[in-house]
Structure formats: C-alpha cells, structure tokens
Design a protein around this ligand. Sequence first.
Ligand code: ADP
Ligand code: MG
Length: 710
Amino acid sequence: MNARKTALAKINEDSKYVSDLSKPYDVDNEYGTDSFSIRAMGDYLSKPIYKKLLETIEKGVPLDPAVADDVAHAMKIWAMQKGATHYTHWFFPLTGTSAEKHDSFIEPASDSKAITRFSGKNLIMGEPDASSFPSGGLRSTFEARGYTAWDPTSPAYIKRVGGVATLCIPTVFLSYTGEVLDKKTPLLRSIQVLGKQARRLVKCFGLSADSKVSVTLGAEQEYFLIDKNFYLLRPDLMETGRTLFGSLPQKHQQLEDHYFGQIKPRILNFMHDVDLELWRVGIPAKTRHNEVAPAQFEIAPVFEELNLATDHNIMMMEILRNTAEKHGLACLLHEKPFAGINGSGKHNNWSISVGDRNLLNPGTNPHENALFMTALCAVIEAVDKHSDLLRSATAGAGNDHRLGANEAPPAIISIFLGEQLADIIDQIEGGGAKSSKSGKMLKIGIDTLPPLSCDATDRNRTSPFAFTGNKFEFRAAGSSQSCSTPNIVLNTIVAEAFDEIATKLEKLSPENFHDGLQKILQDIVKKHKRVIFNGDGYKENWKAEAAKRGLPNLATTPEALKPLIDPANIAFFEKYGVFNECELKSRYEVFMEEYEKKIQIEAALTLQISKTTILPAVVKYAKTLGDAAATFIAAKIDNPIAESFKVYSEHVTNLVQANSKLEKVLADKMEPKYKIEAMNAVRAAVDTLEKEVDDDLWPLPKYSEMLFVY
Ligand code: ADP
Ligand code: MG
C-alpha cells in the first residue's frame, strides 16, 4: 500500500475521540476562569488598586504606574494558582501571527533556593530582541530595539498548550522612538480617533458628549478541517496552507448539502472542545455550523469591544489549530485551501455606540432616525472616498484567490443597503425623504422614518460591505487575517466623515439645524451614491458597471497595496494620528515582501513536488502502459491502448515542459505574476494526470479523500 492508502485506512481507527460529557457545563465556575477578568481583579486586588485599574480599563484614564507593582503581584499569584510558571508579553508583529517570549517567575535566592517574582516593571514593559521581525526599514533608520507595553484594556489570560499553562499579557509593540511595529497600536489609535469624532457628532444632536463610545466587532470565522494523516502527506498544505495540486471530485459543493447540514460526530466533538476552550478564557463563542464547501465550517462569537474582539479572534484561531491537533485533525485557516470550491473569509460585523445608543440602529423616533441617517450617510461617504484603503486592508497572497477571482465577495468595494434603505437614500437625494408608509414628506429629524425592523434588509451574500440591521458587515477580510487592519481603516475613514459632518453641523443655528442637516445628507448621497450596489456582485457585468461608476477594482495584492503609499492617503492617516508616513511606507514594504516571499515559496514548492513526487508516479504508470502495449504487440493482437498511451504521453510532455518553464521563471527571479502563471500551468498538467494515473500509484491525498473522509 502506498502512504496515501495507508493514511486512508488509518483514519477510521484514529478518529474515535469522544468529548467527556459526564458532567454538565457549569457556567458559573468554568466560564472565563482562565481570564484575569474584572471579576478576578476584584478578588485579587486591594480595593483602591482595583478602582484605579478599572478607571483605566473602562474610562481610558492613563494608567497610574504606582499601581503596577500591586497588579503584577496579584496577577502572578493568580497565574501560579492556575499552574503557570512563566509569563509572556503577547504581541502582534507585522508577520501576521502573534508572538510570545516566555520568562519564568523564578528568581534565584541564597542557599540554592529560589523565590518567585513579577514586578510592575515586568508587567508594563518588555524588550524582546526584535531584530528579526519585519519592520520595512523602520529599524534601520531608527533604533534596532523593540519594546512591548501592556494593554490593560485586554485582559491577561492563561494560555494552555499541550497541558502547559502560561500567563499571556496582551501588549503593543513599538520601536525605541515610538514608531509602531505592530497591528495593535494603530487599532487603539483609530478607536480613540473615532471615539472623539463620534462624541462631537452626537453632541450636535443634543446627546451627552461624555458618554463612553464603544466600537464593537463580531468576527465570523470560517475554516476547513481535514484528517491529520492526509495533512502530513501534503507538503503543500504544511508549507503554504493551501493545496498546490488536486483535481475537483465529481461531487463537491454542487448539491449544497453541506451548508447547515447535520454536523458529523467527529466534527461536533471537535467543536464542543473548541467552545469549552474559548469559554474558559472568556471568549463568548456562540454559533457553530457547517459551511458551503465540504469540510468547511464556521464559528462566531457574540460581538465585543473591538480591541478585545480582535485579540479574541487571534486566540480563537490558535485554539482552533491546537484543538484540531488534539483530535487528529488539521485546521486550515488559509483563504483558499482547495481550488474550485468556496474559500474562507472572516466576516467583520462592525458598529459604534455612544452610551447605550448604537448609531447604526435605525430606532423608532425622529431623533434616533436623524442620527441613524447621518451615521449611515457618513459610512457611505467614508467607504466611497476610501474604498481603495479598505481593499488594501484585505490584501494578501491567500485572499487574492477569493477577491481577485470568481468568488464572493469581489475586489470591487461597494455597499449593499437593501431595498428599503436604498429607497430612503434615493428620497434624501431628491431633497427630503417621504416615509414610504405614510407618504408624508420627511424632514430628517422631524417626521418619522417608517419603523425599520432589523430584518428590513434582505440578505445579500455577494456584497463586500453590507448593512445588516444594526451593523455593517465587511466580508472581504480573509479567514487567516487579523481583524486589526480592516478595522483600523474602517474606524479612521468613518472618523473623517463624522469630523466633516460635525464641523458643518456645529456652524448651524438651532433653527437651521434640520434644513442644514437635510442639505448635508443630500450632498453626501449625490456625491457618493455610486458606491451603493444592491445587485449581484458575482455577475461579470458588475465589473463593467463599476468601472463606469469609477469604482476601483484592485484584483491583486501588488495593486491593492499601492494605496498605502499614495500621498493623499498618507496625509489622511497623518491628519488623524493613526499612522505616520514612515509607518505606512514600512507597512507597504513589509506586506509586499511577504507577498513576494509567499509566491516564491509556492512556486518553488510546486516545482519540487511536481518533480520529486508526481513525475515518478507518472513515469511508473507510463511503464505499466508501455509494458501492456508490448504484451499486446508480442501476442500479435491489436493494441487496444495505443491511442490512450499516445494521449497519456502528451500529458506527460505537457508536465515536463511546464516544469521546465517554471524552473526557468524561478532561475530568472521573475516577478510574482509570472511565477503564478508558470505554477498554474504545472498544476493544470498534474491535475489532468491525476485523472489518468493508476489510483494505487497516486502519491498525494486526493480532494475526494481530504474533503470527505473525516
Ligand atoms: P449572520 O446571520 O450574518 O451569519 P449573525 O446575525 O449571527 O450573522 O451575527 C454575526 C455576528 O455579528 C455575531 O458575531 C454577532 O454577535 C455580531 N453582531 C450582532 N450585532 C452586532 C453589533 N451591533 N455590532 C457588531 N457586531 C454585531
Ligand atoms: Mg454574516
């Protein structure tokens, strides 16, 4: 038996893991127990210290360094009771994953003894050797050192990997001179900027400007699961996250029988285990289901504050991977692990509240309506003005397979509002909306909009940016990406729109407020309604229509990253203090380099697998065919396989030629697009041969196995 067949045979024996359900889930004593939550702080800190820390966490009051020693000490005691011996600052460099460097609490004392210690200084600041993290040149012009600094708004927690407990402290990561080297700092900056402008805006509507602003995120996470035995036989999956070869099985997702289908026992056991792990660290996992593609699934938590939700999503991805390992599975978070069937996204559900008022909730009274319509128009303006930046925030080698290809959502950023809202927007454009129910003229803020229930919008699955009842859902983000980048952009572009609207509103006298507001919104709609598209984003004719409207279509990563270094965009981010010029240019460098390296790895690996794994099997089968032909000829009977042997040898020729071409492209260090072209040609040749070669000889697990046998 070849390795593939052995794997296939083993799967049924291995996959007997069954969750321990002997005890009912004790939500009071199990949920969030490994999170140094506000509740735990209450238990472990003295009252004055607790109060001070709470002011920082809840009201954003700068942290009093005097409290740090006490907090650190309490955290150490808490963590050691949980079994931790080490702590780590947990940070988010530009590599796309999280980073950690563990230090033990142990300090030597006299007498060959040791004590444990964790100081405020250790809690607040760390200095990992940062020289190997990508910085896009930031550190060659500045200082080589990188610093991590505690983010008290995201609770420390116990990370358990392979039974080992470590205290994880979420931190930002900066250079010596304060340039950001990470994905968290600009997110925190953008939340602050949006908060400031939102307060100004609501003040114009007579609401208190002192209220707390909450930017919230609910991130739906899609993923694939395959059996680990297959995974280990696919170097392409292990090294690049996606299959570089594999022909589509006869049956895949055509029957739509996987979406929301009954969850198989092995998968449900996995999901259950994942939920327990997530709840343990205080992540409110809520929804789990089968997705469209075979072996594809989704998990969604209840929405939380954006910074926390972003950290929680990273933790969720880690927990998905680690739990899969425990269950003999491999969790694939790549945007397109399998060609020809759906890829995976991360739907980014975003909204903003001031006090307990969600600005994107239509509400039922006139004042609420006016504020809602204003926030809605602000988002429309923001997305239209900066759709290039939103697209750039989702750029990456993996996501190009979704956004640039024939899959939802397209790379063209447009907004879906649904019929009812689109109709109201049209009326605003015409100068004063008529409520569709009563037929009366509507002046924003005076008459009422028809009550908009949360379900007033129909569902549209193809739009990259859809209004869904009381939030916007940005669907272009890729399944493996951090939520940080898209939300940095979203926050900053909406902050700008709020800023511009508030500046105009602040100049209006109370008598002129409603007419003035009406005019402002009318102008916005006239200018920016081209970005609203309620049709089918999959259709080919949308591309032509979007081009006519002047909407950008940045299909590939190199195009999509360009907006980061556009002088107008640099000025925009500098104005709001989210990124400076150096930081944007360094990000551009880092992300371009990451893209080029990923394509290089894929291309080189394609060639290697093709030559050393595929071709030998192909040649073996040629020998079988040749021997058979010889047997027929020797027996002096018609050779019935002459024709298929000839066709087969043509396929082999194609493969050998495609390999040579790719080899040359790599040797000449050609641009990524030529590497992609050449590797696609090798893949096409291999996938054709997969359907010809003796099944017993084929070395790589097939799609029909990976996607269905688990
Ligand atoms: P769908 O039906 O699109 O799959 P759901 O309605 O279940 O999605 O919600 C998806 C995500 O949106 C969940 O994480 C949910 O908590 C989140 N969500 C709901 N309301 C808001 C809101 N106001 N702001 C941000 N996220 C929200
Ligand atoms: Mg959704």
